[in-house]
Write a protein that binds this ligand. Structure first.
Ligand code: TPP
Ligand code: MG
Length: 333
């Protein structure tokens, strides 16, 4: 937090690309773009569905890159938790789980947008406008769209997991998806909630977005156990996979038939934990790999069209909302 008397946070600049960083210090083979991949899944999915899944990834990516620019420009000054690099997991899970209750953690623009939360309300939230999805008072994590059954986060890492168990206990059988991070998995109340969900047979899908980082600390320096082993110990099905979107979609459909269950997804955070900077240490680029797969399916022209349309949609949205803010809030607010 900044000092209440200070002029605000110092401007953020990306670090130099050569900054040393302990990426995958254990040389863990599970941190791989191919971990658990099943051949042929992309070709099996309906082509329009594959393109829709990519469209959701593109919306997150263009939106969060625009938020990054807005922060570097000084237009967004709240704490921001960007999901650039992590687009595939929420996009893929949402393909079969939209309409379920969904809870995310602080890094949740991707979840909100993939589950059809309103982009304008999210932009307004980050700009501090009263039309934001938390009244412009919450910022990046607590983004809600209750009509779409999206419940935002309050910043206490992992606390959405026991809340999700409560939602699943009272949902009348409706499914609940709860996203959380590999760091959150170490909180006692997260593990207790998983045990409770297993004991009560709750309709709850746990999705761990495992970017191998809790702020800057890699998993190997934090714990010796695997979350999938713990989930299996509780008696629930669990799978550990990379973030290939067709693979994530495949396991989401399979696991959601027998809840509660856990999917641990290996993914890469491209930007800083909080803020707009970039350390250039993502181990793979799932967004580009997804485009390559689609190109191999002769869908490159459709991909280009989606990117052009999404980029224009996001640019137009931010231009309009920045204009709106300048009209309703005094300069410097
Ligand atoms: C209970 C609690 N402990 C510590 C923090 C500080 N904190 C904020 S984010 C974070 C790391 C979370 O890592 P992870 O769950 O893997 O999510 P990621 O940021 O990687 O998406 C920590 C320790 C917090 N907000 N709440
Ligand atoms: Mg993490």
């Amino acid at each position: 937090m900044t000092d209440a008397n200070s002029a605000g946070p110092a401007p953020l600049e990306p670090l130099d690309a050569s900054t040393p960083y302990p990426v995958n210090p254990a040389n863990d083979p599970r941190r791989s773009p191919d971990f658990g991949v099943i051949d042929g899944l992309a070709e099996e999915m309906d082509r329009d569905d594959s393109l829709e899944m990519f469209r959701r990834m593109a919306l997150t990516r263009y939106f969060d890159l625009r938020v990054q620019k807005a922060q570097l420009d000084g237009d967004v000054d709240c704490f921001i938790y960007l999901a650039v690099g992590q687009e595939a997991t929420p996009a893929a899970v949402s393909m079969s789980m939209r309409g379920s209750w969904v809870l995310g953690q602080h890094r949740c623009h991707s979840i909100y947008l993939s589950f059809d939360g309103g982009p304008m309300a999210l932009a307004d939230e980050l700009l501090g406008l009263p039309t934001g999805c938390c009244g412009g008072l919450g910022g990046s994590p607590p983004i809600n769209d209750i009509d779409k059954r999206i419940i935002g986060h309050n910043g206490l890492v992992g606390d959405q997991v026991p809340v999700a168990a409560g939602v699943a206990l009272t949902s009348g059988g409706d499914k609940v998806v709860c996203f959380f991070g590999d760091g959150a998995a170490e909180e006692d109340y997260v593990l207790a909630a998983m045990g409770f969900a297993a004991s009560r047979d709750l309709p709850l899908l746990f999705v761990c977005e495992d970017n191998d980082l809790s702020v800057l600390t890699p998993t190997v320096e934090r714990r010796t156990w695997s979350l999938t082993n713990v989930a299996e110990g509780f008696g629930m099905p669990a799978v550990d996979i990379t973030d290939d979107p067709w693979l994530v979609d495949h396991w989401t459909r399979k696991m959601s038939e027998n809840l509660p269950a856990l999917i641990n997804v290996r993914t890469c955070r491209e930007l800083w934990h909080v803020g707009a900077g970039c350390d250039n240490n993502a181990e793979w680029n799932r967004y580009e790999l997804t485009k390559e797969t689609l190109a191999g399916m002769q869908l490159a022209a459709e991909v280009e069209k989606i990117e052009t349309e999404t980029s224009k949609f996001v640019e137009d949205l931010w231009r309009e909302r920045l204009q709106k803010r300048s009209e309703i809030l005094p300069a410097g607010t």
